[in-house]
Design a protein around this ligand. Structure first.
Ligand SMILES: [Zn+2]
Length: 123
């Protein structure tokens, strides 16, 4: 299935109906979040023409940088453990993750217990 918003290729059970659109869980989260209104930083990061992954990482700011470093150092982190670890609100974490996911630095993977682990995009 292709998310109609970010065009990510996700599995069928990650697709959520949002009005007339079928979007991935991250986009659904973003669309439903009150903080989505105007976030130039996220939009810039997600749509920027930053070339290599190294350049992208160098351009990261907080809280994306902390999130990225945490996941890279651990290899895999349960999503629900991240916000308290980094001292972030759940909505801040979702936004940071959404940026990193669209930059193809991190991705989520559903666990057997229906939770989600965050791991490096290329793992
Ligand atoms: Zn999406």
């Amino acid at each position: 299935m292709i998310c109609e918003r970010c065009k990510a290729d996700v599995t069928e059970d990650e697709i959520v109906d949002h009005g007339s659109q079928q979007v991935c869980e991250d986009c659904a989260m973003t669309l439903m979040s009150p903080s989505k209104a105007c976030d130039p930083w996220a939009v810039k990061m997600a749509s920027s023409s930053i070339g290599s992954k190294e350049d992208a990482v160098k351009a990261l700011k907080e809280p994306e940088l902390s999130l990225y470093n945490l996941v890279i150092s651990k290899g895999r982190v349960p999503r629900e453990e991240i916000a308290p670890k980094l001292g972030l609100e759940a909505s801040e974490l979702e936004r940071a993750f959404s940026v990193l996911r669209h930059m193809e630095l991190l991705r989520g993977e559903k666990r057997a217990d229906n939770g989600v682990d965050i791991l490096p995009f290329d793992k």
